[in-house]
Design a binder for this molecule. Sequence first.
Ligand code: ATP
Length: 198
Amino acid sequence: MLRIGLTGGIGSGKSTVAELFAARGVPVIDADVIARELVAPGQPALAAIVAAFGSEILNAEGALDRSRLRERVFSDAKQRLQLEAILHPRIRAEMTTRITTLNAPYVMLVIPLLFEAAQTDMVDRVLVVDVSPEVQRERVAARDALSQQQIEAILTAQLDREHRIERADDVIDNSGDLAALEQQVDTLHRRYLALAKA
Ligand code: ATP
C-alpha cells in the first residue's frame, strides 16, 4: 500500500486536507490523534512523561495538562527533545501497527513533524500543505487560545517554509478558499490512485 506523508506547519491546514481525503474514502492515520491517545490516563507514555517532567504536569483530575506541557517544551529545547524521545517511537510503532490492518490503494499519514522528527522513512511520498507564515498566524490565532508569543515559539521550532517545500514531492497551496483546496485534493487523489496501481 502506498503511504503518503501529509505535513505542514502549525495551522497550515493538515487536518482540513486530511478530512477531504477521508471524504474520498482514503484511510487517514493522524500522529497527533495517536499522541493524544497515548497520553490518556493510565497509559505508560503518561507515566514516562510524569517521570521526566514531574507531577505538576498533571491537572487536578490526573490527566495531562497540555497547555502547561506546551509552555514547558516550547520555552526549552532540551525538554522538547525529552518529550519527543518519549512520544515519537511510540507514535511510530502505533502507526505501523495500524497500517497493517488497512486494505486500501493508499493511506494518508498525517505527521506534523515529518521532517523535524526524521520520519520520512515511514512514507513513500511527501505532501506538504503550504501557506505563508502570515496566514498561519492569522488562522491559528482565530482557532486557538494561544498568545502571539506562543505562536511565534512554535513557528520558530518548526522547519521553515522553503525547506519544507524543497523536500516535498507534492505541494498543496492552502492560501485560497475551501473550493480551491478541494480541487487540489481531487487532482492529487487521482494521481495517488494511479501511482498506487502502477
Ligand atoms: P495544526 O498544525 O495546529 O494541527 P492544521 O495544519 O491541522 O493545524 P487546520 O486545523 O486544518 O490546520 O487549519 C487551521 C485553521 O484554519 C482551522 O481553523 C481551519 O478551519 C482553518 N482553515 C484551513 N484551511 C482554510 C482555508 N482554505 N480557508 C480558511 N480557513 C482555513
